[in-house]
Design a protein around this ligand. Sequence first.
Ligand code: AMP
Length: 144
Amino acid sequence: MGYDQDNIFAKILRGEAPAHSVYEDELTMAFLDVMPQADGHTLVLPKAPSQNLFELPDEAAGALLLTVRKVAAAVKQAFAADGIQLQQFNGSAAGQTVFHLHFHIIPCHTGRARRRHATAMADAELLKQHAQQIRAALGSERAR
Ligand code: AMP
C-alpha cells in the first residue's frame, strides 16, 4: 500500500489538523505526542511523504537526524531528563500505528515508569504548557 495523503500526520503537516508544535523548518517538523509515554514525549517528522525509514529520500535524512538531535537536547533540558529514549517503528508488525515516518523522543527519569504506547490522551492545557517549555529550551539553545 502506498502513502496515504490523509493520514493524521500529513494533515498536521498541511495545517489541516491541530498539533502542539515545538519546531519547524523547511524539511522537518516536531510536535508533542497526544498520548505521551512521559511528559515531554515529542515526535519528529520529515515533511517528505514517507511511510517509513526506507521511503525517506536520501536528501532528507540528514536534516531529519539533525532535528531529532536538536529537539532531543531541548526536551532533555526542559524536563530535566536523566536520559532520552528514541523510538522509531517501521510497519505494523513493528508497532507502527501512523504511517508517516516519525521518531519518538521520550524523556526518561531514573526509577520512573513510562506510560504505555498510544493509550491515554493527555490534557490539552498540559500539552500546551509542555510545548512552551520545549520551545523555551530550543530558544535558549539557539542563543548559545
Ligand atoms: P507509532 O506507533 O510509532 O506509529 O506512533 C504514533 C504515535 O502518534 C503514537 O504515540 C500516538 O500517541 C501519536 N499520535 C496519534 N495521533 C496523534 C495526533 N493527532 N497528534 C499527536 N500525536 C498523535
